[in-house]
Write a protein that binds this ligand. Structure first.
Ligand code: PLP
Length: 359
């Protein structure tokens, strides 16, 4: 795996670069010439000012990636004094999931390196959320997108991808996300000049999106008080990038990765590493603990979070809360700890699942 040196200074700088867009979203950008210098009459000054200021009003799709809120779960931690449980609400990203972060960096790195030239179609395999992110950015920026995905992804995801106008190649549901990876590789091998193969499983821009973004946001939002970080593994980009940076900021932070506890599971977006094609970017040495989470416990937690906290979260988000509570219950009674769990998406895309009726 090729990696940039993990220089905390450079990470802060890069993060400042990215998040510097925030205060400037509706304000003035650095280096923009004053309209007074560029005009002659008062009328010109006023017209130019209206136009140049108007051009900076509102947010673009890209502007809305990252800086997601941290939610606090008070009711489900009632019996755990000393534990603060926080969830990073990634559905606040414009495409509704954590994967907007990886997709936007993969696209911008592809453009910067020249690999994603303007004549190419973006190609990748995806279990859904990354595909939604690619399709959304493709629509917003005007490039074509082809996605390979297992036929059995939720109907809501299929409708969203269709709405954004992406081209979808359905793959054998029995082969899961690995089948989709194989088909994407074949397509790229057949037409290397047609496609930019984004390859989220091997692309360093995936974990870097979290190294420069998610981790620094968590650090700032918890005022450096985070003690435990918990995340489900899919491509592993979220866990790897965030843990790598958090451990630089404070090596004592415990980083806990989660996986489905069996190869056959209902946790969309998650990977059972022992039985899957292991992503190139995965670095298991970053995890202080790796826990197997059951689909049934995740379903039950999704229902609990809806009914006790008033929050509709996706299944892998519910898994992250199950994992956080498992670790929290093992701490000494009353021990102070601040858990941050990644909530990759909301429950909206899973409402057709039967478990809601059974709860
Ligand atoms: N949860 C959901 C719902 C996802 O869609 C994904 C990835 O697609 C993940 C978790 C895992 O995130 P990562 O790929 O960064 O490991």
């Amino acid at each position: 795996m090729s990696q940039e040196p993990h220089n905390p200074e450079s990470a802060v700088e890069a993060d400042t670069d990215t998040s510097a867009a925030v205060p400037r979203r509706n304000g003035r950008s650095k280096g923009v010439a004053s309209p007074i210098q560029a005009s002659h009459s008062l009328e010109d000054v006023i017209v130019n000012r209206v136009h140049s200021d108007a051009a900076r009003l509102g947010l673009t799709t890209l502007d809305r990636v990252g800086n997601t809120p941290l939610l606090r779960f008070d009711r489900i931690t009632r019996d755990l004094p000393g534990i603060t449980l926080l969830g990073k609400a990634e559905w606040f990203n414009p495409g509704g999931s954590v994967k907007d972060r990886a997709a936007s960096r993969i696209i911008s790195e592809g453009r910067r390196s020249g690999r994603f030239s303007s004549d190419k179609t973006l190609l990748d395999s995806t279990s859904g959320n990354t595909g939604i992110a690619y399709a959304m950015f493709g629509a917003a920026e005007g490039f074509p997108v082809t996605l390979c995905m297992p036929e059995n992804v939720s109907i809501e995801r299929k409708h969203i991808l269709h709405a954004y106008g992406a081209n979808i190649v359905y793959t054998d549901p029995a082969e899961g996300s690995d089948g989709a990876i194989r088909v994407a590789r074949e397509l790229h091998a057949k037409h290397p000049d047609k496609y930019f193969y984004a390859d989220q499983y091997s692309n360093d821009a995936n974990w870097q999106a979290h190294y420069y973004g998610t981790a620094n946001e968590i650090w700032q939002q918890t005022e450096g008080r985070v003690t435990h970080f918990v995340s489900m593994l899919g491509t592993s980009g979220t866990f790897v990038g965030t843990s790598r940076r958090l451990k630089e900021l404070n090596p004592k932070i415990r980083c806990i990765s989660l996986q489905p506890d069996s190869p056959f599971h209902g946790i969309e977006g998650a990977k059972h590493m022992a039985s899957a094609i292991v992503p190139k970017i995965y670095d298991p040495t970053l995890a202080d603990e790796d826990l197997g989470i059951s689909t049934e416990d995740s379903y039950a937690m999704a229902i609990r979070l809806a009914r006790e906290e008033g929050l509709l979260v996706g299944i892998s988000a519910a898994s992250a809360i199950v994992g956080s509570l498992q670790v929290a219950r093992r701490l000494k009674p009353g021990e102070q700890a601040v858990f941050v769990a990644i909530l990759p998406d909301s429950g909206d895309k899973y409402l057709s699942e039967r478990f809601w009726e059974e709860g």
